[in-house]
Design a binder for this molecule. Sequence first.
Ligand code: NAD
Ligand code: TYD
Length: 357
Amino acid sequence: MLTALVTGGAGFIGANFILLSRKNQWLNVINLDKLTYASNLENLAELQGDRNYHFVQGDIGNVELVSYLLNKYQPDAIINFAAESHVDRSIFSPQIFIQTNVVGTFNLLEAARFYLQKLSPQKQQKFRFLHVSTDEVYGSLQLHESAFREDTAYAPNSPYSASKAAADHFVRAYYHTYGLPTLTTNSSNNYGMRQFPEKLIPLTILNALDCKSLPIYGDGKNIRDWLYVIDHCEAIYLVLQNGKLGENYNIGGLNEQTNLTVVKKICAIIDELAPKSNFCHSSLITFVPDRPGHDRRYAIDCSKIRRDLGWHPQENFDSGLRKTVQWYLDNSDWVNQVRSGAYVNWLQQNYGNRNAK
Ligand code: NAD
Ligand code: TYD
């Protein structure tokens, strides 16, 4: 079995990826995570005692630490999930996005480059640097425009997407300049269990369960292409195994929905799974002033990964959403822990001055 240094593995997608990697015996894992507000080691509690899983708290930007871990564990791959990942936070505080997503990724690439030079030719042949990116680097689509392809020009519009785009460019440059065996995945919006409730779907679920208002930015007609997190993890593993070096792979859910539709679907599921007499959770929907620079539509053309690697999304949106709501209902300890002081402060910062329209 291969060994991977997985970064950002205490966050939403990274944790799901590590759990699947261990359950399916895909990989031995060293998880390097700084443990920011978005992380939760509870996500990985079930791996306690697993001899093929190690956790290290630290920053991807710390070349000394990363080099030490690479030399110690001699991994066959680095899979880089670590990032600041929330657009709204990038609008309030862009600097940390540059620090982690751009400088951090650059330092990780440097450590990987030095490590690669020291490996035997056989190990060099096998080594992969897989960088997890987003469809947001491609910018915004109008309704009539065709979905993002791997050759769509980058046109980021938020500090978050600009920082991810910059990181992607460095990954590309390290392939062409230094021959680092890189792979980049650009996925659409993920949803599923263990997502921090600052993003639309978990925020809506938790607010609805608490009968708090459900904030919809602008007219609610912005479109996202929702991908179930497990489908995403399976795609990443396939790209790691069989992806062509130096290339990007778009990963999407083939599932475009307006925000308003998503929120109404969640409300209908909660009406059924956690009913309150004579109450429709959709009555909590509140239109609030828009996010600045709000991208109108994302859509992914994932025909390349389907054609070349045989992947396509398995989960159906209605059943995926139902499973997700059920997970938050079943995991009240996780939810209560996450709703700590820092989270409350964020709600005040982002929503405090967005009075209903
Ligand atoms: P997340 O915010 O839930 O988790 C990020 C993790 O990275 C956290 O555990 C955090 O502690 C860690 N981290 C942050 N800065 C770090 C640093 N300097 N060093 C080490 N660890 C650090 O994010 P997510 O939703 O799981 O996203 C994972 C990756 O996937 C990100 O790169 C993101 O850009 C990308 N992505 C996310 C989505 C989505 O819908 N969530 C979609 C496409 C791509
Ligand atoms: P989000 O989950 O933040 O992901 P991203 O901005 O990376 O796509 O938001 C998804 C969509 O939902 C986006 O169009 C913004 C919108 N949104 C709201 O309308 N209300 C909210 O409270 C949040 C967090 C997002």
